[in-house]
Design a protein around this ligand. Structure first.
Ligand SMILES: C[S@@+](CC[C@H](N)C(=O)[O-])C[C@H]1O[C@@H](n2cnc3c(N)ncnc32)[C@H](O)[C@@H]1O
Length: 264
């Protein structure tokens, strides 16, 4: 950066500089060994050292750590810092290190089926798909108006997991339950209902379907009546329910732990 370029850089507003730096750091995320980008970023960040405000000082220090570490984790910290300064909500996908994903999965499927009845949010469905892939579970039933894995918002949140899980769509919960029963699958509603069993007391005994309900209304009486069992995740604060995606992750991993113990 020559004298004139440096002067021009320093005449920009702080917000504009943060914006341009964020853009360059984002480019660096695609190629951490781009020497021209490193040189440009070094020049731009070092030029800020006479600013003496706390944001520039912090930026400089984060940049110096990045120069030493040259890794994605530190780069993400820097990008998040700039996002906060720019008041952007970072996209979840900005932080995913997808290179560490596997191209194949274990052939031993966890014999759990998750049934999603009238889930409204594509974001929640994407989250559930991702957890379902991590659990390597058998399949997912999408019931009613629950957005299916071909929905663009679902694809965005599940980050590829939508292609790894077997799924079917059913118009009603009864249709899904009829198929499950014909395959001797136990149907368990996950709901904050009275007289339900605590997740901690439930004992895995056979292939099971976990039925989850709508974010606002949960599963209604008639849906609960169709299930063999109702289980609840105990809560101890002022809220009695969790986000549906979180509830699934907690219950899914607990059931997987129990299943693994049962086959040992
Ligand atoms: C946010 S909840 C629905 C609202 C909930 N029925 C209520 O009003 O308290 C959405 C779904 O998440 C699951 N869920 C959330 N928290 C739960 C908990 N503590 N125990 C069991 N299921 C839960 C259930 O499947 C529920 O249908």
């Amino acid at each position: 950066m020559n004298f004139f370029e440096k002067e021009k850089w320093l005449t920009l507003s702080k917000k504009r500089r943060w914006f341009l730096l964020r853009k360059e750091y984002q480019k660096l995320a695609d190629n951490l060994s781009d020497e021209a980008l490193w040189t440009s970023l070094n020049n731009k960040v070092l030029a800020l050292q006479n600013d003496f405000d706390r944001h520039s000082t912090r930026l400089l220090s984060l940049h110096n750590i990045l120069v030493k570490k040259k890794n994605t984790a530190q780069l993400n910290i820097l990008i998040l810092f700039l996002d906060r300064l720019l008041e952007h909500s970072p996209m979840e996908s900005d932080f995913l290190i997808t290179q560490q994903d596997r191209s194949t999965k274990s052939e031993t499927l966890f014999p759990l089926i998750v049934v999603l009845e009238n889930i409204r949010s594509a974001f929640n469905v994407g989250t559930i798909l991702r957890t379902a892939d991590c659990l390597n579970l058998k399949e997912i039933h999408f019931v009613g108006y629950t957005p299916t894995p071909d929905h663009p918002q679902v694809m965005k949140t599940s980050l590829g997991a939508q292609d790894s899980v077997v799924w079917h769509h059913f118009d009603t919960l009864s249709d899904s339950i009829a198929v499950l029963k014909s395959h001797q699958v136990m149907t368990v509603a996950l709901e904050t209902a009275k007289n339900s069993l605590s997740l901690r007391e439930f004992q895995w005994s056979q292939p099971t379907a976990l039925i989850l309900g709508n974010e606002r209304f949960g599963l209604n009486e008639s849906s609960l009546e169709q299930c063999d069992q109702v289980i609840t995740i105990p809560t101890y604060g002022i809220k009695n329910s969790l986000n549906v995606g979180h509830a699934f992750a907690i219950a899914g991993y607990e059931l997987q732990r129990q299943w693994e113990l049962s086959i040992e």
